[in-house]
Design a protein around this ligand. Structure first.
Ligand SMILES: [Zn+2]
Length: 135
């Protein structure tokens, strides 16, 4: 049994992980990090984040318009813990940046989590395969 004295405080763990990450990246240092992570509760931090404001009413509208069915693969939604269907609102032309797409239903579609991840983070080849296999 582990006594309270052997559990490291997250504050100390943060310093140890920072020091370990400066060392050469070896399996041994990863093992040390895992051992330490198994002894302490995860650290909590507060972030200040800058993001483009999206209109939640538009996202809800396009999901309802599609009956929460993915507009690429036609996958039906899964039901969440709260009893509501799950789908994601995708901006076809991304907001902000170089593309500066609109936060408007005419620039939005309802997608499942997998298709949304592929069109947002996937390589061009993956996106092309996804689109071609569903048209
Ligand atoms: Zn899909």
């Amino acid at each position: 049994m582990i006594s309270q004295n052997t559990i490291k405080k997250p504050k100390n763990l943060k310093k140890e992980i920072a020091a370990a990450s400066l060392r050469e990246d070896t399996d041994e240092s990863l093992e040390e990090l895992i051992e330490k992570a198994n002894e302490a509760t995860p650290e909590v931090r507060t972030k200040l984040k800058k993001e483009i404001v999206r209109n939640k009413k538009f996202a809800d509208f396009i999901k309802r318009r599609a009956n929460f069915v993915c507009e690429i693969c036609k996958q039906s939604p899964f039901i969440q813990k709260n009893g509501k269907p799950y789908a994601e609102a995708d901006h076809i032309t991304p907001l902000g940046g170089d593309t500066n797409g609109l936060d408007s239903p005419k620039n939005m579609r309802c997608l499942c989590a997998q298709c949304h991840a592929i069109v947002t983070h996937g390589a061009e080849e993956e996106i092309r395969k996804l689109i071609e296999s569903n048209t």
